[in-house]
Design a protein around this ligand. Structure first.
Ligand code: ADP
Ligand code: ADP
Length: 224
């Protein structure tokens, strides 16, 4: 099964002016290890697409398949389990918990998934080490640079060994040089793990380094 497949996905919102049809039959398939850039103007539905793909919102039509499982047929608990274990999320603003250390931030999703504490700690140290943060395990986010914070956020997204990574401007708050470095590490880890990635970005240089580019046109996913 493909790690991720969207079939004829529809999503509309009720507004005062009537129904706003944001996704109107979106199709997209990602193979293992495939890294796809989602590049589209603001307001065209990127966040909606990522939320539906990440099982945070249910589509109004069509279906999202995660490793072949039709998410629409699943209850909320099963969908939460997939969100925790099979999908990793990275955001523009890292959303790290400020009162926890880097290591603890990477442990939390593992603990939520039932990993024993010692194993979660070991894995957090291992992943943070892969991102060059071995000397930063006990630092709280406020003591880390922007690039380091974003690396911790990526490490957190990888903590439960997901098969699909969804990212919304993952380096959008970093200066160009730092964004390039962090993005290199993200790509290297994703390729090394054979992760399917859908990465929304406005940065054409980053998009050019991915395997293919898609955009949204009239609520559909088309080659970018
Ligand atoms: P993008 O991420 O490309 O900027 P979004 O997916 O955030 O686009 O939004 C697409 C369109 O849907 C926009 O016109 C936005 O205002 C609208 N929209 C998004 N979420 C909601 C919502 N919860 N209720 C009503 N309209 C929404
Ligand atoms: P938990 O109870 O473990 O926090 P959630 O259902 O809230 O479970 O979140 C599960 C996953 O979904 C987490 O990895 C979280 O980062 C992600 N998530 C939660 N809310 C959002 C959101 N608004 N947009 C994108 N991802 C989200």
């Amino acid at each position: 099964h493909a790690p991720l497949e969207l079939r004829a996905v529809e999503r509309r919102y009720k507004t005062e002016a009537g129904a706003l049809e944001v996704l109107r039959g979106a199709d997209l398939t990602l193979q293992p290890g495939e890294i796809v850039a989602l590049v589209a103007p603001s307001g065209t539905g990127k966040s909606t697409l990522l939320h539906v793909t990440g099982l945070l919102e249910r589509p109004d039509g069509g279906e999202v398949f995660i490793e072949g499982a039709a998410a629409g047929t699943l209850g909320d608990d099963a969908r939460t389990a997939i969100r925790r274990n099979t999908i990793g999320f990275v955001y523009q603003f890292h959303h790290l918990l400020p009162e926890f250390t880097a290591e603890e931030n990477v442990m939390l999703p593992q603990l939520a998934a039932g990993t024993p504490r010692a194993a979660a700690r070991a894995r957090a140290a291992e992943i943070l080490g892969q991102f060059g943060l071995a000397a930063r395990l006990q630092h709280r986010p406020g003591k880390l640079s922007g690039g380091e914070q974003q690396r911790v956020a990526i490490a957190r997204a990888l903590a439960n060994a997901p098969r699909v990574l969804l990212a919304d401007e993952p380096t959008g708050n970093l200066d160009t040089a730092t964004a390039n470095l962090v993005f290199d590490e993200l790509l290297r880890e994703a390729r090394g793990r054979g992760l399917a990635c859908l990465i929304a970005t406005h940065n054409p240089e980053l998009a050019a380094r991915m395997d293919r580019k898609v955009t949204l046109r009239e609520g559909r996913v088309v080659p970018g």
